[in-house]
Design a protein around this ligand. Sequence first.
Ligand SMILES: Nc1nc2c(ncn2[C@@H]2O[C@H](COP(=O)(O)OP(=O)(O)OP(=O)(O)O)[C@@H](O)[C@H]2O)c(=O)[nH]1
Ligand SMILES: [Mg+2]
Length: 295
Amino acid sequence: MFGFIKDKLSKLYTAITSKLSALFKGSVDQTTLDKLERILIEADTGMSTTRLLMDRLKKSWEDGNITQGSDLKQALCTELKSLFPPDKSISECRVFLLVGVNGSGKTTLAAKLAHRLQKEGKSVMLVAADTFRAAAQDQLEVWGTRLNVPVVRGIDGQDPASVVFQGCKEAKENNIDAVIVDTAGRLQTRVNLMKELEKINKVIERHFPNELICTLLTVDAMLGQNSLEQARLFQESTQLDGIVLTKMDGTGKGGIAFAIAHTLKISVQAISFGETVEDLRQFDAQAFVQELVNG
Ligand SMILES: Nc1nc2c(ncn2[C@@H]2O[C@H](COP(=O)(O)OP(=O)(O)OP(=O)(O)O)[C@@H](O)[C@H]2O)c(=O)[nH]1
Ligand SMILES: [Mg+2]
């Protein structure tokens, strides 16, 4: 990951890494800890996660285990890494179901994921189950044409589960390695969302009973703490296998990764940092923290 944050996530670098480096020089006092707390809060790490981190660091400082900036750097790294649940591999997934609120980057992620899987030598199919928004299916089709990936679509207003049915059927008939399902991002109540995703999941499971099906939630990092609440709604509505943090190029609020990992215990699978298909990177929590803190 070396140099990645500085090059691609420059806002995050400015908001966290460069500010932290000033704290790691010289000895650590109460003011140093107060400044660290402010950096974490401003980067959207959230109150409860920040409090947990600061309580632990403060205790180490009071116990005399943190005296110099270099001690603080090391302790912060350890504490941040400990917030992440163990990585869950999604590399063997046969079907990816992409969910998330409107504008959070699902369709763009579908294209990026298709591109990544293609590079791994897999055959891919895109399924446009967003029948809610006019032009949503066209948007996916444009990506499909660009990437030379087949797109299964329905008509506007059609039941999304029936489009998924058609997509799974065609994928099976054509021995497609990976199916990516793009869904609608309309704001829903928990009950409606649960019903819709349950129906779609049932269709997928019926076609691929013995295969790994992964539901990925796109979270717009620019929305900060609001996105935490959205993620919670999805977590209460369906089984999530991971989060993809999107628009990480546009924000210094990447602390949301820590808030989500800590409060919802969902693994961050990838980060998205731009509008081209190349702008997707698998997330490695340990390497990310290391680079974020060390620069
Ligand atoms: N800078 C940046 N822009 C992104 C990223 N991901 C998506 N976008 C842009 O964000 C906007 C919304 O992305 P979509 O992929 O259409 O989002 P969606 O979740 O499919 O939206 P709906 O279909 O309306 O629910 C588009 O203009 C994308 O180009 C990212 O990682 N970085
Ligand atoms: Mg979309």
